[in-house]
Design a protein around this ligand. Structure first.
Ligand SMILES: Nc1ncnc2c1ncn2[C@@H]1O[C@H](COP(=O)(O)OP(=O)(O)O)[C@@H](O)[C@H]1O
Ligand SMILES: [Mg+2]
Length: 268
């Protein structure tokens, strides 16, 4: 099988080998012909049908598409939560499709910060414990984990809420805690699946302002959204349709959330 050119690869050299994602230091994410089918009784459900894309280090990219187009599946594969059923995926230089389950968990923990629509915080733990949780897998001593979590909560403006429980926070605060948890391991990329989907529009903009500030501070961010306006806070929009990239758009002048929301303190 020959390598098909990536739809967004106008500046990329050909893949290193047929069906392998390109090897380039400036790419955090590179996929080639990525496929995913869900195994169901009575046959497989194709969700990704050959996605070739890349994300550069320091980029803020949006993935857009209608419900069922494969956005969450793509993000879960990029986040090493799901395995692809075909194709190649290179994450920060590592060919992920070659890894066994244990190696994949290590890579996921080191390289990926995931932000979910529903926050997924542990309700009975303080927020500082929630943020420190990913560092348990990194085998850091407890006092170091808590210190790192505290620092990260200060960065996102919740340094005065360390010992609150998630139920005592607003939706926007909860999502900021989830973002702090995603950042605490210093991952190569933040992946966010409809991060503002459970928030009102003003709070949603605060989250966009936070992402833009993190992006300015050098973080790499990939967000999934079905909302055109939210997508335009990123620098590029990858459009998905029926498990395939239908278009890649450069956002000539991304929206600026901090122009809309004043008083968001973001430092990073
Ligand atoms: N766990 C699953 N089992 C079977 N099919 C699934 C599963 N998750 C998603 N799908 C199917 O895969 C396709 C893509 O879904 P998804 O990635 O969730 O799309 P989106 O996030 O764009 O709404 C849809 O047809 C959906 O029904
Ligand atoms: Mg989805």
């Amino acid at each position: 099988m020959s390598a098909t050119p990536a739809p967004d690869n106008e500046t990329l050299p050909p893949a290193a080998a047929a069906d392998a994602a390109p090897v380039r230091d400036d790419l955090v994410i590179a996929t080639q012909d990525l496929a995913k089918a869900y195994v169901m009784e009575g046959g497989g459900v194709p969700a990704l049908c050959g996605v070739s894309m890349h994300v550069r280090r320091g980029e803020f990219v949006s993935i857009m598409g209608q419900s069922g187009s494969g956005k969450s599946t793509l993000l879960h594969v990029l986040g090493c939560l799901h395995r692809a059923s075909g194709g190649s995926y290179r994450l920060d230089g590592i060919e992920v499709t070659d890894l066994n389950d244990d190696e994949l968990s290590v890579v996921r923990n080191q390289k990926i910060g995931f932000v979910f629509q529903k926050f997924n915080l542990l309700p009975h733990e303080d927020i500082v414990e929630n943020v420190a949780l990913p560092l348990v897998y990194a085998r850091q001593p407890r006092h170091e984990r808590l210190a790192a979590a505290k620092r990260m909560l200060q960065v996102i403006g919740l340094g005065d809420r360390l010992h609150h429980k998630p139920g005592e926070l607003s939706g926007g605060q909860s999502q900021r805690v989830a973002i702090a948890r995603a950042l605490v391991t210093e991952p190569a990329v933040i992946l966010a699946d409809e991060p503002t989907g459970n928030l009102d529009s003003v709070t949603g903009l605060e989250i966009m302002a936070l992402f833009q500030a993190l992006h300015r501070a050098g973080r790499t961010i990939v967000q999934v959204t079905h909302d055109r306006e939210k997508a335009e806070y990123g620098q590029r929009i990858i459009h998905l349709k029926d498990g395939l990239i239908s278009e890649v758009e450069v956002v000539v002048s991304p929206r600026r959330a901090e122009q809309v929301v004043s008083g968001v303190e973001v430092l990073a």
